[in-house]
Design a protein around this ligand. Structure first.
Ligand code: FES
Ligand SMILES: [Fe+2]
Length: 419
């Protein structure tokens, strides 16, 4: 249980809040290169700020406050120029550093005044890796964009899922430190959903947990579990779903990144790779061709009934757990048990990192060595083999149900079978 004050300290992400200050020390995914293929601008909501991502005619990306500093028209309607973006209202133009570089009327009436030199807008740094575009909102200089393994994996096919989840980011992260929910939400409840859908034949065995454990490692927390029928010698007891501080979960060959848009909404990214062992044909795939799909958010339907057909997979089940806890769940009313040790450990890690910042230090996972190489993260072998590293259409793991690459493979198989 937390006090209201502690809960706010951990959940509020706007400018000037302790958690907002912490999360501003990291690069966050904001879009894919492929999403920008056929558009010039994209509205971005990040850590309580309304921004616009644009690409100018020279191919340079910029991330600016959406509000034009002149008289506030949105630059989401901005026109890309050779350098920078032009506001459609009165033609002021800005470069990716936020400098005003043209003010057509001002310059016509008084060319020598150079009023534009005094006008700037809020601008943030942008970087790219593995087909994702990242933004950094924190103090300068920006740290190195870490090469977490899946972003830089070679000989792999990639796809990216996206959803806006209407709740605070922390209840999503806490779910990642909670092994026991797998048995209930993804097994027992899943079976109930399957019954509702008339698919009893697809039911999963429910494997009761007999022991859970948590360890810190260099980059975050790993969790472990023993379920009935397993032992501590099994791989699954050794490593399960590492949580990479502060907001990334690695499940097999998927990164699940939870990026707060504001206190009440979280941009959710599923970044999946298929390597050679997955059975996926590996063909040349440019960043602009990485498919992006939406994962649905299960809300009650008009008559107050659950949407069973999108609750038959882990992402649907997890999302419904997160959003029904409330926009920002009231942790003054929670009752934590033994199963919640990982949640407590993670909250403490967040608190330590906020204190580091208050003491003027870089928090965990802020890197400064520009020559640092890829960072290999632990992986749970059991999960890797079973779900994310295999093309298994019967799986209900995370968003496999919506995977465009798996769909393509299935369609190709069906075509061959029909010939
Ligand atoms: S509001 Fe943008 S140029 Fe006037
Ligand atoms: Fe889950």
């Amino acid at each position: 249980m937390l006090t209201q004050e502690q809960n706010e300290r951990l959940t509020r992400v706007g400018p000037g809040t302790p958690m907002g200050n912490l999360l501003r020390r990291y690069w966050h995914p904001i879009a894919t290169v492929s999403q920008m293929k056929d558009r010039d601008t994209l509205p971005i909501k990040l850590l309580g700020e309304d921004l616009v991502l644009y690409r100018d005619l020279s191919g340079t990306y910029g991330l600016l406050e959406a509000r034009c500093p002149h008289r506030s028209m949105s630059l989401v309607y901005g026109i890309p120029e050779k350098c920078g973006i032009r506001c459609p209202y009165h033609g002021w133009a800005f470069d990716e550093k936020g400098q005003c570089i043209e003010q057509p009327y001002e310059e016509a009436e008084d060319p020598d005044a150079r009023f534009k030199d005094k006008v700037t807008t809020v601008a943030y740094e942008v970087s790219q890796m593995g087909g994702m575009i990242f933004g950094y909102l924190g103090p300068k200089p920006a740290p190195v964009l870490p090469k977490w393994d899946l972003y830089v994996a070679e000989e792999a096919m990639r796809e990216v899922g996206f959803a806006v989840v209407p709740c605070n980011w922390l209840q999503i992260m806490e779910n990642s430190l909670d092994p026991v929910h797998v048995e209930w939400l993804h097994q027992y409840f899943l079976n109930y959903v399957l019954r509702k859908l008339g698919k009893d034949d697809k039911q999963r065995p429910v494997k009761p947990h007999v022991k859970v454990g948590f360890d810190t490692f260099e980059y975050g927390i790993t969790k472990r579990r023993v379920q009935q029928g397993n032992s501590e010698e099994d791989d699954d007891w050794k490593i399960g779903h590492p949580v990479v501080f502060p907001n990334l979960l690695k499940t097999g060959h998927v990164f699940q990144v939870r990026v707060p848009q504001d206190d009440n909404h979280t941009a959710y990214w599923w970044y999946r790779i298929f390597d050679k062992e997955s059975g996926m044909p590996i063909t040349p795939q440019a960043d602009v061709d990485i498919p992006v799909y939406s994962a649905p958010v299960p809300l009650l339907d008009g008559s107050g009934l659950p949407q069973w057909d999108i609750l038959d997979n882990n992402s649907g089940q997890d999302i419904v757990a997160w959003i029904t806890q409330g926009l920002v769940t009231d942790r003054t009313k929670e009752v934590l048990g033994r199963s919640d040790r990982g949640v407590i450990m993670y909250r403490k890690m967040l608190e330590d990192a906020m204190r580091d910042i208050e003491a003027g230090k870089d928090p965990k996972n802020v890197f400064r060595d520009p020559n640092m190489g890829p960072i290999e993260l632990p992986v749970e072998k059991f999960f890797l083999g079973r779900v994310s590293n295999t093309i298994d259409k019967t799986s209900t793991g995370n968003t496999v149900k919506y995977s465009p690459l798996i769909k393509e493979v299935e369609e190709a198989k069906n075509r061959t079978a029909a010939e």
